[in-house]
Write a protein that binds this ligand. Sequence first.
Ligand code: GDG
Length: 454
Amino acid sequence: MSRLIVISNRVQAPTEESGAQGGLAVALTAALRSTGGVWFGWSGEVGETTEPRFATYDGVTSATVDLPEQDVEEYYDGYANRTLWPLFHYRLGLTEFERDFEGGYERVNRVFSDVIAPHIQPQDLVWVHDYHMIPLGWFLRQHGLTNRLGFFLHIPWPPTRLLTALPQHRRLVEALFAYDVVGFQTQEWLETFHDYVVREMGGCIGEDGEITVGGRTIRAIACPIGIDAQEFIANAFGPEASSAFDRMVTSSAGRSLIVGVDRLDYSKGLEERFNGYQRYLETHANAHSNVYLLQIAPPSRASVQSYRDIREKLDAMSGRINGAFADVDWVPLRYVNQGFPRTMLAGIYRAARVGLVTPLRDGMNLVAKEFIAAQDPEDPGVLILSRFAGAAEQLQEAIIVNPYSPDEIADAIARALSMSLDERKARWNPMFEGIVRNDVNWWTDKFCDALAAD
Ligand code: GDG
């Protein structure tokens, strides 16, 4: 079996210090361990040394480099998080177009290729992840690499008319043609990519995902990421999750728990979610004190202004909602700005009657899948899911809502809370089966099979 080389902005290979890992890390480290591969990426540290630091732990080798401060500002905070992230999430108004950012992005991708290329052997399969690293494959080709190169985009692919607002859009997309396989989370993002290739590049879409532009043919596929379902289910019924579950049941005092868990990010639709919940409270006075919303939102990307803005807004909104509706013995909204261990999250999901997952735009959304995986089969909770999450393509038995509409969110909450056990089971079962079948190992295998197939 060929050795797998994984390259992503941040390395999540296990270390002595890292605790429980996310599904992506678990799946990729399993593939790395079985092929004796290496995971390259930024260490997350600021520094001037470009020599990679290799470390092997639990059979998996990681190699990290530091980045100078200017690179962090222009590449990571800049082009990745202030240009590509908002643009690819349809937020043109939040997108910043700075030449310096673009320069930093290309520079870091070039430096990464210089650092990594000497460590790649001729038979290695190379799998590059996400929007931070789009041009990396092109730079690796400049080093003469003829390996099979794959790229997976974890976030949406934007509509052509939005993408063309990016000054160097054509250059960015052309760089993708250095890969052999390009993967998207959903059929929808794959189709929007096709649209760009046909309209802007005069490309042809062929059989079995083949795309030809000029003389170059690559394969583009929809390959939805899954969760580590077996482990998540085992965790959900393990001792730590059970103690979190008991804690929630005690503190709920008979009230129905609605739960949301999201990185604090404007793409997750938290403001709109709070509005929808407020609409529910306004229109269902008799439900007051029988229900509460727990929103867990660990802050992210705090060095970017738009993230500080959304945090401030949510602080104010949660204060207003509680000020307007709370009673001496009831708080309608528990808004928590900290992260919790995954095992604890599993117990919280299981204690919830409703999972509220309403991003304005999301590549996939793993929380929706984790919520389903954690439910008690005999008494499952109800998932309310945004139609704009990639996960909605697979989780069609959820209550699907338009996250921009407070009325739709309010109606969905009311419907979920009064849903019969029979209907809850009938909706939950097929979603659960799909999550177990198409888990993160299925995803890794599907992508790697496409990458290995010449
Ligand atoms: C990107 C794409 C795509 C959240 N709070 C805590 C915590 N989390 C974990 C969740 C989940 C993960 O973080 C978040 O995953 P998402 O998929 O929801 O979102 P992004 O971070 O935006 O990820 C997304 C994903 O990549 C994978 O391809 O699905 O669309 O945007 O696993 O459980 N984990 C812990 N404590 C928390 O408080 N431990």
